[in-house]
Design a protein around this ligand. Sequence first.
Ligand code: GRG
Length: 256
Amino acid sequence: MRKYTCDLSKNDVNDAMKYSLFSDGKRLRPALVYQTAKLFGKDDENIDRLAAAIEMIHTYSLIHDDLPCMDNDDMRRGKPSCHKAFGETAAVLAGDGLLNLAFETLLGGDHSEQYFKAISFIASCSGVFGMIGGQAVDVFSQKVCDEETLDFLTENKTSKLIMACVGSACIYCGGSSDKLDALLTFAENFGKAFQAADDLLDEEEDENLNFIKIFGRDGTEKRIEELNKAAKKAMTVFDNAEFFNELCDYNAARKR
Ligand code: GRG
């Protein structure tokens, strides 16, 4: 065993990862994984892995999004953002560490074909053709202000990780392609409504493209109703989708 000059289990990066991961988030994404699995009557350790890993990916994205080179936010989840508490270098590494830990967590599960397909779905939703791609459009297209670009960046930046929650759980549980389509349609529309509600709650004047810039405040509220309607309609293929319907209503009225 090689000797290290510092103890890797006791350093700022480790503390920064814990600080952000265990702070007061809504845990919406893990809840969606568990509730999707419940639709199929399943609840096991692999489901725990999907839920925990997606929350880690989400937390890494928030840490990096708050950095001065991105959104430059001082506060997150009611306390100083990761780089404010630990410095930029530790925050970059904490984000990297959480992303890697997500896949270490996923790869510790069983090696069934369905579970592997579920992991692969999470990887594609969170990558350059998903969340990272959406973030790239968000930060590099600041002069663009049209509905098509807003739709593209919202679908990728926000909806894709929500699609990862319901999609990975459905795939792992062996759901039919009709049910997978329904869940992904729910997630795409709910994710956009979630971002629209976030834009309404964001009091700061935002340089980036957002729902308020395209639709105004009243128009954004109307857009949330339309998106919720489409999300709920998709879930009519299930006869026990109460959680998903209530989530749409909660989002339309949420205060954080
Ligand atoms: C890949 C370098 C790199 C960065 C990724 C994608 C990304 C950065 C950041 C996205 C951050 C962001 C504001 C996404 C929009 C989705 C959204 C509204 C996130 C907040 O989610 P909540 O409200 O947060 O569920 P909590 O704290 O409750 O978990």
